[in-house]
Design a protein around this ligand. Structure first.
Ligand code: HEM
Length: 494
């Protein structure tokens, strides 16, 4: 009996050792760095560089050590980071087709699936078709047109009224800005806006912000690295999925009510147009399905809300930190538009200083510090290194916006970066907060319109300052996006 048990025990031990050895060999083979592969940190088997902090600042330090193309093993797989304006441009513009796809990741696999890759995670023909459909549909509902300016200006009036209700007392502007900006994309996608006191909508906005924070946190990294284990463990990563479920539920209800009220001869928004397109496609492989409709709408809502409202929060941070710059912008606006006429996009060329300040806010705000992850679609050479097909590639937008070979004073808030002789506005090649190439942010035009009109509309009516003794931080909290630490402002009516 004892012998038998010992044998069994021995068998189990041998089996365990053999399994571990197999896993180890598989792991080593899978992550073997060939000679021509970009250099990088030495990584532990199974765990990779999980114990090394690899936020956007650490990435910059690693680039100083290893050069503009280097690798880090985040969990199971190696990621190649690309740094500096010239190399990022080489990857995403010059070699656009080689790095156009998004890689698989465990978190996205749980939310998106198969033909339902939404706009952000889909690849190939489905991505091309969906991206084209989204852009042309949003354009037909006003994107980039003067009707859009009107609805933004109307939203600005709502926002101004809400700020007036604070009666000069200090308040945190984050949720007001988020609601106001989200209403613009909601009008295009769902054909309606939400009141600032709509509690359900406020919860959706909170979920959305938390998803972006957690996805870019250590919880997101742990889940992506060890999904099978993390799935069963408690932790903040679970919130990502429960929040996604709530947001999808919210979007599915919108789709249901659109289906009920749809007038085929007069579609009113993106959801209506998608439903009509879906009827033409049946079981199409181009993503025109109801499941994908909810995901595409959610992607537009996610990508089009927090990004722009966070940029407006950074605008307040920098304008309050540099009150003389705030004064100068207001003097320019007073001279060109005055304090009562609504701003319009036609005013933009006449406000070069305001335009320069807004660009510098976007540069220093650096709200998407990395980029959307990309994947090599075939064996590709970049910076003299071989990037095998299927490798995840992450171009660092921080390294572009702060590239010391491109910017005169990269780490100082300096609107002069965008001003030429006689105070004229000048474009800069290395200004890439929206990324570049085939996957460049499709909301760039809308975001620029929103940022300009919202900022001018706010500064026409209010001067912003922080309560005495408060030191504003420009450090920010980094997830997928970089958000200022919560702060309160005084909005003094002008
Ligand atoms: C200040 C505001 C914004 C910034 C800084 C920003 C930045 C970005 C960046 C860096 C990407 C990744 C691109 C890449 O992988 O190369 C992206 C993708 C995307 N953005 Fe924006 N964005 C902003 C506003 C918007 C708005 C208003 C919309 C809504 C229309 C939007 C919709 C999207 C979508 C759908 C994608 C995915 C595109 C694709 O994968 O083809 N964004 N954005």
């Amino acid at each position: 009996m004892i012998f038998q048990a010992l044998c069994n025990c021995m068998d189990f031990t041998s089996w365990l050792l053999l399994t571990l050895a197999t896993l180890l060999v598989t792991d080593v083979v899978r992550n073997w760095r060939p000679h021509s592969f970009p250099p990088g940190l030495w990584a532990l088997p199974f765990l990779g560089n999980i114990f090394t902090e690899v936020d956007f600042k650490a990435i910059e330090k690693l680039a100083d050590i290893y050069g503009n193309v280097f690798s880090v093993r985040l969990g199971r797989n190696k990621t190649v980071f690309v740094s500096g304006y010239k190399m990022v441009k080489e990857a995403i513009v010059t070699q656009a087709d080689n790095f156009v796809d998004r890689p698989d990741n465990a978190m996205a696999d749980r939310v998106y699936s198969g033909d339902s890759g939404g706009l952000f995670m889909s690849n190939g023909e489905t991505w091309k078709r969906q991206r084209r459909f989204a852009l042309s549909t949003l354009r037909s509902f006003g994107l980039g047109k003067s009707t859009m300016e009107q609805s933004i200006c109307e939203e600005i009036r709502h926002l101004q009224e809400e700020i007036e209700k604070e009666k000069g007392e200090p308040f945190n502007p984050a949720s007001l800005f988020n609601n106001a900006v989200s209403n613009i994309i909601c009008q295009l996608v769902m054909g309606r806006r939400f009141d600032y006191c709509d509690h359900n909508f406020q919860s959706m906005l909170t979920y959305l912000c938390e998803i972006l924070r957690l996805q870019g946190s250590v919880w997101g990294l742990l889940y992506d690295s060890f999904p099978r284990v993390m799935k069963h463990l408690p932790g903040s990563h679970n919130k990502i999925f429960s929040h996604y479920d709530s947001l999808l539920d919210f979007m599915n209800k919108e789709v249901e009510s659109h289906k009920k009220d749809l007038d085929h001869s007069d579609p009113g928004d993106y959801i209506d147009a998608f439903i009509i397109e879906m009827e033409k496609h049946n079981e199409s492989d181009l993503g025109f399905t109801e499941a994908n409709l909810a995901l595409c709408s959610l992607d537009l809502f996610l990508a089009g809300s927090e990004t722009t409202s966070t940029t407006l929060l950074w605008a307040l941070v920098y304008l309050m930190k540099y009150p003389d710059i705030q004064d100068k912008v207001q003097v320019e606006i007073d001279g060109v538009i005055g304090r009562s006429r609504q701003p319009s996009m036609a005013d933009r060329p006449n406000l070069p200083y305001t335009e320069a300040v807004l660009h510098e806010i976007q540069r220093m705000g650096n709200i998407v510090p990395l980029n959307g992850a990309r994947m090599a679609t075939k064996h590709t050479t970049l910076g003299g290194y071989l990037i095998p097909k299927g490798t995840t590639v992450m171009p660092s937008l921080t390294s572009v916006l702060f590239d010391k070979t491109e910017w005169e004073t990269p780490h100082t808030f300096n609107p002069g970066h965008f001003l030429g002789a006689e105070g004229k506005f000048v474009r800069r090649e290395a200004f890439l907060p929206f990324s570049a190439g085939k996957r460049v942010c499709p909301g760039e035009g809308l975001a620029k319109m929103e940022l300009f009109l919202f900022l001018v509309g706010l500064l026409q009516k209010f001067s912003f300052s922080v309560p005495d003794g408060v030191e504003l931080s420009t450090e920010g909290i980094t997830g997928v996006t970089r958000v200022p630490h919560p702060f309160k402002v005084y909005a003094k009516a002008r």
